[in-house]
Design a protein around this ligand. Structure first.
Ligand SMILES: [Zn+2]
Ligand SMILES: [Zn+2]
Length: 135
């Protein structure tokens, strides 16, 4: 188990838990670029019931290009993107890496959606690089 905690920019949303990080990905898809406003999104995936989350989370729902239901969860006060859920992974949650206190826990295992990456983004040559998703 890995201890993680974190909070949004204003501090009204926070979380902590002893979790098993199933995978960590850098995602360069257009959705991640738009929702984060950053060149790409880094997500740590785990089970939602391993986390204790407090605060005023707001949500935005949309469809993935494969038709699954996606939920973006963000702070209702400062707008920080906190978590993401996908209907294809019931009970699972993605935690955005930027607000994890334990920065050494953030160890991406792959870069996804290279097809839509900003061309100047430098990819770690030691990590697998996928045009979209693996498989
Ligand atoms: Zn906030
Ligand atoms: Zn993405």
């Amino acid at each position: 188990m890995t201890k993680i905690s974190g909070s949004c920019l204003c501090g009204s949303v926070s979380y902590s838990g002893d979790v098993t990080v199933k995978m960590t990905m850098n995602c360069h898809c257009t959705d991640c670029r738009k929702i984060t406003g950053a060149a790409y999104g880094t997500l740590l995936f785990m089970m939602e019931d391993e986390l204790t989350i407090t605060g005023d989370l707001q949500s935005y729902h949309h469809k993935s290009d494969r038709g699954s239901d996606l939920t973006k969860l963000f702070c209702g006060t400062c707008g920080s993107q906190m978590f993401t859920k996908n209907s294809v992974r019931p009970g699972g949650i993605g935690v955005r890496a930027g607000h994890v206190d334990q920065t050494d826990v953030v160890k991406p295992g792959a870069n996804l959606f290279n097809d839509s990456a900003i061309p100047s983004t430098r990819m770690d040559p030691d990590l697998p690089l996928y045009a979209k998703l693996p498989g």
